[in-house]
Design a protein around this ligand. Structure first.
Ligand code: DCP
Ligand code: MG
Ligand code: MN
Length: 336
């Protein structure tokens, strides 16, 4: 959780949680949300459990773990295998749905439809399926986009975006957040956050930056381009570094006003899991936190906000931790 100050303790049950992660992926692709949710809960409590699970009763005693999940956990603990997972792997429908939901821009519904239309491979989709623009990119770059890049490559991509941004505007801040900032050895994409300390020069930059990066051939495909407001802009696309043997990589670019820099930095550094624990902590103190702002005096009735609260200025990451009354956590320690 976000509260503890020490390094997160190791996951003593990794062998088990890895198998359960696979189960989540299967249930997500078959759109079985409840089972996916149940397994995710089990993964969360298991990865925080202070020791290796050594009996069925111990598994059953975990919060919100029922008999059947305890059976699965104990099966993996004892044999290292899970028969149900093997069953899924050899089931044509499940494995095809998984293949299809891994197409960027495709969810369980699209996957199901393609399956019902008789498609079984990515080539089938390329040749016969009707695809959105995003799915066309997803299918064309299927292998590349599933591959995680070494962090060195993420650093090179950050540098290209940073240099382009700096050439357009003096004093601009452009930094990779996400898994890269958390120090991960591999990254699924690069998440670049852009802002300007003068509070206004971030505004013109978004479209000029994208145009410049397209012109040089660095950006190869657009996936999503949103202007939430005049102030906040978000781009999702695909880039490729120059040179031989380079893969296409996912790139996210976010432009924010400087007053939101602290909150945006915490949000885009993540992890998503860590952000959830921060928000949970906020709720308990009548506060709210998102990528834009930290607010106090928030009054909730159920999931509804009766009083939206007032913004507390949080110029730095440190100031956010201070307001929440928790010790600062460096990015490397924000996986949970
Ligand atoms: N984020 C979040 N909730 C989500 C998605 C994202 O809070 N549902 C935040 C936290 C993430 C950050 O945005 O760390 C970047 O999102 P990514 O999907 O790029 O995730 P990571 O960079 O953490 O991991 P990966 O290496 O897979 O890209
Ligand atoms: Mg990322
Ligand atoms: Mn991302």
């Amino acid at each position: 959780c976000a509260q503890s100050s020490k390094n997160p303790s190791p996951n003593f049950n990794q062998k088990i949680t890895e198998k359960l992660e696979e189960m989540v992926k299967n249930y997500e692709s078959t759109n079985d949300k409840w089972r996916a949710f149940g397994y995710q809960n089990a993964i969360r409590v298991l990865s925080r459990h202070p020791k290796e699970i050594s009996s069925w009763e111990e598994a059953k005693s975990l919060p919100r773990v029922g008999k059947r999940l305890a059976d699965k956990i104990w099966e993996i603990a004892q044999s290292g295998e899970l028969r149900k997972l093997k069953e899924f792997e050899t089931n044509e429908a499940v494995s095809t749905l998984k293949l299809f939901t891994n197409v960027w821009g495709a969810g369980p519904h699209a996957a199901q439809m393609w399956y019902q239309q008789g498609f079984r491979t990515i080539s089938d989709l390329k040749e016969k399926a009707s695809l959105t623009h995003q799915q066309q990119v997803g299918v064309r770059l299927y292998e590349d986009l599933l591959d995680r890049m070494p962090r060195e490559e993420a650093g090179e991509i950050e540098r290209v975006v940073k240099e382009a941004a700096e050439s357009l505007q003096d004093g601009i801040i452009a930094q990779a957040c996400g898994s890269y900032r958390r120090g991960k050895p591999t990254c699924g994409d690069v998440d670049v956050l852009i802002t300007h300390p003068d509070g206004k020069s971030h505004r013109g930059i978004f479209h000029r930056l994208l145009a410049k990066l397209k012109e040089s051939g660095f950006l190869t495909d657009d996936l999503v381009c949103v202007s939430e407001t005049d102030n906040q802009k978000k781009y999702m696309g695909v880039c490729k570094l120059p040179g031989e043997n380079r893969k296409h990589r996912r790139l996210d670019i976010i432009v924010v006003p400087y007053e939101e820099y602290g909150c945006a930095l915490v949000y885009f550094t993540g992890s998503a899991h860590f952000n959830r624990s921060l928000r949970h902590l906020c709720k308990k103190q009548n506060m709210s936190l998102n990528e834009h702002a930290l607010k106090t005096g928030v009054v909730r009735k159920g999931s509804e906000k009766i009083c939206k609260g007032t913004i507390i200025p949080t110029p730095t990451e440190e100031s956010i931790f201070q307001v929440l009354k928790i010790p600062f956590r460096p990015p490397e320690e924000r996986d949970h």
